[in-house]
Write a protein that binds this ligand. Structure first.
Ligand code: SF4
Length: 406
């Protein structure tokens, strides 16, 4: 069975809102989830209720800025609108199955999204920022060798409301818990790096991003919202046109022979196409570099020769174009099914030194929340593998082809 397709595009926001309203009116249980709407779509929905756009703005601010879900408490909305909303719509929160807090302050939530699926979001506090790592799918069909989510297989795409719902819950829950004053935010950055390949759920992702960026919503700057992709080149191009936010690309190998084994979609979207898409993305990106993620796997992709090959690649001497970039080296978080090991610290440092000596900004990511399995690549939630993606994952030993650099 193939992974489920995202909802079909090309429908007008007004048409979708009308159909949703008709459905909700005919079945009171089937209420419209207002978290599914970005502001434009909410304005279209409000138009179906005979309401002007400024009412949608008020409603949007109540939901996202104040975290209010009770229409009765939205005191500047006309009573007639509150009554209409109460009859047909809701702000549907995600069901929190568990919350775990790590010694370093990292918090991980498991959200039950029904049907036996649960997804995770992680809050990572730092001195100057609060970052929320958000999931886009229940499971993932890409099947990267080093990723716990990939080993679980794929169940379904999350809806916009389920993606935004992670931020809505975390922001307002943390504000209450931390006792923040009105106007103070708990979350300053969002990274779409949780479970799933966000660009394989583009139709739901786009309104979610717009809600995060909207000044009447969370008001996050484009630089502080990052989409992380395993390298779907055509979708990178769409994101560039539709909503260019910061881009992180899971690279993990300097050549196709190795990347084909670590990130299977490389067989369709090879490194040359990926580098070209990244270069083009920078024309619209809010930052003047792409972040390349590189998970350090002992004896697989962590040799000095491979570091030199990586330099050649991003400099455009071993690929089609140079890509201004930052390299983020990620310590691998081992899990038994992977058959892989974390690179020793000295090897990571030696690898980083080759990159830094070549003038490439390189960071070694701190592992955060690994005592609650919240670190990078550890998110697994609970997933009904409806596509047998996990079964198709190869466990064959990784073949290393000799790397030659000039
Ligand atoms: S690393 Fe990302 S794209 Fe790869 S399997 Fe994991 S969640 Fe999917």
């Amino acid at each position: 069975m193939r992974p489920r397709s995202p909802p079909r595009g090309g429908v007008s926001a007004l048409g979708a809102a009308r159909r949703a309203l008709t459905r909700a009116a005919s079945n009171p249980v089937d209420r419209v989830n207002l978290l599914d709407h970005d502001l434009e779509s909410l304005a279209a929905y409000c138009a179906t209720l005979g309401e002007k756009r400024f009412r949608a703005v008020q409603l949007f601010r109540w939901i996202h800025q104040k975290g209010e879900s009770d229409f009765g408490r939205m005191t500047d909305l006309a009573q007639s609108l509150r009554d209409k909303l109460a009859a047909a719509a809701e702000v549907r929160p995600l069901r929190v199955a568990s919350e775990q807090a790590a010694a370093d302050g990292t918090v991980k939530w498991l959200f039950d999204v029904g049907g036996g699926d649960a997804v995770e979001a992680v809050f990572i506090p730092e001195d100057d920022r609060g970052t929320l790592c958000v999931s886009s799918q229940a499971g993932c069909a890409v099947g990267c060798r080093f990723c716990a989510t990939g080993h679980q297989g794929f169940s379904r795409n999350l809806s916009t409301g389920e993606i935004v719902g992670q931020l809505w819950f975390a922001e307002h829950h943390l504000r209450r818990r931390l006792g923040l004053a009105a106007g103070e935010r708990a979350i300053s950055n969002v990274v779409m790096m949780g479970m799933g390949e966000p660009l394989q759920n583009y139709a739901a992702l786009l309104p979610a991003l717009r809600t995060m960026l909207d000044d009447h919503g969370y008001g996050l700057s484009r630089r502080r919202v990052t989409v992380s992709t395993s390298g779907l080149t055509r979708m990178i191009e769409r994101l560039r046109r539709d909503c260019p936010v910061a881009l992180a690309v899971s690279l993990h190998a300097p050549d196709d022979a190795l990347r084909d084994q670590l990130v299977p979609l490389n067989r369709k979207h090879d490194i040359a196409a990926l580098m070209a898409a990244c270069r083009q993305y920078l024309d619209a990106a809010p930052r003047d570099f792409i972040t390349f993620e590189y998970c350090m796997l002992d004896g697989v992709n962590d040799s000095p020769e491979q570091a030199r090959a990586l330099v050649e690649l991003v400099r455009g001497r071993a690929g089609p174009v140079a890509v201004p970039c930052k390299l983020n080296l990620i310590p691998f978080n081992p899990f038994p099914e992977s058959g892989l090991k974390r690179s020793p610290r000295e090897r990571v440092q030696a690898f980083a030194k080759v990159l830094q000596d070549a003038g490439i900004v390189t960071t070694v990511r701190k592992t955060r929340g690994d005592d609650i399995a919240a670190a990078c690549g550890q998110l697994a939630g609970e997933v009904q593998d409806r596509t047998r993606a996990a079964r198709r994952m190869t466990r064959a030993p990784i073949r290393i082809v000799a790397v030659h650099t000039p």
